[in-house]
Write a protein that binds this ligand. Structure first.
Ligand SMILES: Nc1ncnc2c1ncn2[C@@H]1O[C@H](COP(=O)(O)OP(=O)(O)OP(=O)(O)O)[C@@H](O)[C@H]1O
Ligand SMILES: [Mg+2]
Length: 221
């Protein structure tokens, strides 16, 4: 596992009151585009590269971010949309973590029941060491504008759309986004079907394409 000092990778994950209106507009327009089922790009994306790119782009943080990234977990998707999903999860983790966030990329073998993952699942987890989410709220937090009291106290500027957008992107990418058991804090698990790649024909993306091609500006959530 690679550890980073708290200021190596960043992102304050907070929205000031002044940016609330802009944040709402950005999030609502992102949802409108997703609701319109605008097809995103369909490129091979290595989830480890996605995490590395996201962390390199973030502002300095007071939280320590640890990563354990298995290379070669390639999915078919839209780099910018998947970036947005990840940004939303990491922003939340930064808001709620006590001190440490752990991001993991790994593979689960296929043939475990869910036909979406018959060929295997590429898994991206974002875990924090904060207070976590009560079991009976684990679905509600994915609803649009749902915010638990704790979050409202920590940052009144949030829109409550970040997780709704993240789940919608996960599902449009053929996968799932869930909250799963963890000894401490919140553990968000993204599962996407692994790409069936012909190595001679397809090149894996290691960076974003143009925002216009994706229809999804890479903003925080
Ligand atoms: N890592 C986490 N730990 C504890 N609670 C969380 C975590 N992530 C999300 N939540 C809860 O889920 C709610 C919904 O999250 P969501 O990202 O949709 O909205 P938000 O973070 O409040 O606002 P925004 O994303 O617009 O800044 C949060 O308000 C918070 O109550
Ligand atoms: Mg959020």
């Amino acid at each position: 596992m690679l550890r980073t000092s708290p200021r190596s990778y960043g992102g304050d994950g907070q929205r000031s009151h002044g940016t609330t209106t802009q944040a709402i507009i950005e999030d609502v327009s992102a949802i409108a585009r997703l609701d319109a089922a605008e097809p995103g790009a369909c490129d091979p994306v290595d989830l480890a590269d996605l995490v590395t790119g996201e962390l390199a782009d973030r502002h300095p943080s007071t939280k320590q971010i640890e990563v354990d990234l298995q290379q070669g977990n390639v999915v078919m998707g839209d780099w910018l949309r998947l970036c947005r999903l990840l940004t939303n999860l990491v922003n939340n983790a930064e808001r709620h973590a006590d001190s440490v966030i752990t991001i993991t990329v790994r593979r689960a073998p296929g043939g475990q029941g869910d036909p979406r993952f018959a060929a295997g699942a590429a898994i991206l987890e974002v875990l924090d060491d904060g207070p976590g989410i009560p079991l009976d709220e684990c679905e509600r937090v994915f609803q649009r504008f749902a915010r638990l009291r704790d979050a409202q106290e920590k940052d009144p500027g949030g829109t409550g759309l970040g997780l709704a957008i993240a789940r919608q992107i996960a599902e449009m990418s053929g996968g799932t986004l869930t909250i799963e058991d963890s000894p401490r804090g919140a553990r968000f698990v993204l599962r996407l079907p692994v790409a069936r790649l012909d190595p001679h024909e397809r090149r894996v993306r290691s960076g974003p394409m143009s925002a216009s091609a994706s229809g999804m500006p890479p903003t925080s959530g």
